[in-house]
Design a protein around this ligand. Sequence first.
Ligand code: E4P
Length: 217
Amino acid sequence: MDFFVDTANVDEIRELNQLGVVDGVTTNPSLILKSGRDIIDVTKEICALVDGHVSAEVAATKFDTMIAEGRKLSEIAPNIAVKLPLTWDGLKACHTLSQEGKTVNVTLCFSANQALLAAKVGATYISPFIGRLDDINLDGMDLIADIRTIYDNYGYKTKVLAASIRSVNHVFDSALIGADVITAPPSVIKQLAHHPLTDKGLDQFLSDWSQTGQTIL
Ligand code: E4P
């Protein structure tokens, strides 16, 4: 399973990159706002940092402007994935940009039928939003499982990119179901390493070690 980082903060990406766990990055207009940076500048910097796909989202809602913005974003770097919303115009733009050979991530997916259409029009990635479904008392993981089943039934190559991940359980459940990619905030990715028994065990080892009076170096 690939790990994408859901942030436009270059320092956070750089830190996780040192561990070798960053397979790609996803951004969106809210994350660009949070970064306080210009979309072109910050996206170019992120694309130079990571080898994998970096999603940059169009701001337009009409087909023609989506295409123009998608082409401009694609010029930033070869590893750009143009992020398009799952609307009728977004699907049309996905079809056109995919035909041009561009990588496309269709975002804001909340149903398996939407995901089916995105695959039909050639999306490289589909981004179902788990956390936002959980927020309204639905089960986001059911959506990931349904899309996985449908794509496998027909051999669609579109990658399931589990998005809007808010907890380590979302990562664990996505991995069990077989999502191709998860995109998570840096805090959640770091949290994956934590276990209280690891901390407790290490405290005991360090205490016992100090009583041996030994040094290794
Ligand atoms: C994914 O591409 C989105 O940017 C992101 O996962 C949305 O997460 P949120 O629902 O926590 O804002």
